[in-house]
Design a protein around this ligand. Structure first.
Ligand SMILES: NC(=O)c1ccc[n+]([C@@H]2O[C@H](COP(=O)([O-])OP(=O)(O)OC[C@H]3O[C@@H](n4cnc5c(N)ncnc54)[C@H](OP(=O)(O)O)[C@@H]3O)[C@@H](O)[C@H]2O)c1
Length: 297
């Protein structure tokens, strides 16, 4: 069995989509600032092919990475897609020529975004589309998302989207979306040091809904902690592997999409699916968030 499967499998609720819990996030395959082409396009193709060859069957992307670049690289590397590969995308933003991230959330904007994703990925329907709430950048902000989720539900009825999720969403926004259509996954900012969603994760686990942390390794600010390093040394693992293994232990509905532009890092991240952490180690790692809050204040 491949490393990707060692973290176990998960079936999105009410779907026939089953994925390994260790997947791959494609954002790092675009150019600097997630804008424009990568410095090493062949390397980007190699990372995707290595991921699928190792058993990864859950890839996270968006047409606003690049824009279009990441989806086009996925298509070049993997199309025609192997059976069982689940590609999850996000809608809700565009990237003007200055590289900024601007909300694009009218029903017409969302319809165009679905067609952009379909064209650039070479698909007839999107497996899962997350409505990415722009909120406060990488932080959430309350406010109704009913109009956008209703628009996605309409596109789902037309057969362009199979299943719907939300991203960068508050618990209230998730609940609101669920009054409109079944929600199969929530993709929010969460890692060892950033644990605002602890209660939401428990609630989603109770409902069998996937929780997919973005920035699982800290994103643009990689996780750094003496506790994490000492646990990693003790286990003969790397700090990033321990951070990912902690997420897998945190809750059975946790699906990983660590991002990397390197085949070596990809292999390291997939191997985290085989790392078992004891109850004592988990308690020790749980202390990292408290340290991070202490430092921030
Ligand atoms: N919904 C949203 O709003 C949202 C926001 C951000 C991201 N995402 C999704 O979530 C995925 C994950 O987030 P992310 O890629 O931003 O952050 P991340 O997975 O937390 O971290 C990625 C960073 O860690 C480095 N890295 C990866 N593996 C490593 C390893 N084994 N050792 C050392 N460094 C390593 C990468 O650099 P190298 O390339 O050098 O490995 C990159 O700089 C994205 O790819 C994207 O699909 C979603």
């Amino acid at each position: 069995m491949s490393n990707a499967m060692l973290g176990g499998q998960f079936t999105f609720p009410g779907t026939s989509l089953t994925v390994g819990r260790v997947g791959y996030g494609a954002m790092q395959l675009a150019g600097p600032g997630v804008f424009g082409p990568p410095k090493d396009p062949d390397g980007a193709v190699a990372v995707l092919r290595a991921a699928v060859a190792a058993g990864v069957n859950h890839i996270d992307t968006s047409d606003f990475y690049g824009p279009h670049v990441t989806n086009q690289i996925i298509r070049k590397a993997l199309h025609p897609y192997p059976a069982g590969l689940v590609i999850v995308t996000k809608l809700g933003a565009i990237r003007p020529a200055d590289g900024s991230w601007q909300p694009a959330i009218s029903p017409d904007d969302l319809t165009s975004a679905v067609h952009d994703n379909l064209r650039n990925l070479g698909l007839e329907a999107l497996d899962i589309a997350n409505y990415r709430v722009m909120g406060a950048g990488h932080g959430v902000e309350e406010g109704s998302i009913a109009e956008q989720v209703t628009a996605l539900a309409g596109l789902q009825r037309k057969g362009l989207i199979r299943h719907i999720g939300v991203s960068n969403a508050t618990a209230a926004q998730v609940a609101e979306a669920q009054t409109i259509t079944p929600i199969v996954c929530v993709q929010n900012n969460y890692n060892l040091a950033h644990r605002d969603d602890d209660a939401l994760i428990v609630d989603l686990a109770r409902q069998g809904i996937a929780y997919v942390p973005f920035f699982p390794l800290g994103g643009f600010t990689p996780l750094q902690s003496s506790t994490l390093s000492s646990v990693a040394d003790r286990l003969g693992a790397t700090p990033m592997q321990v951070a990912l293994a902690w997420l897998l232990h945190r809750s059975p509905n946790m699906l990983l999409i660590p991002g990397t532009s390197s085949v070596a890092h990809l292999r390291e991240n997939l191997a985290a699916g085989a790392l078992t952490l004891s109850a004592e180690t988990l308690t020790e790692l749980d202390g990292i968030a408290a340290e991070a809050v202490h430092v921030a204040h």
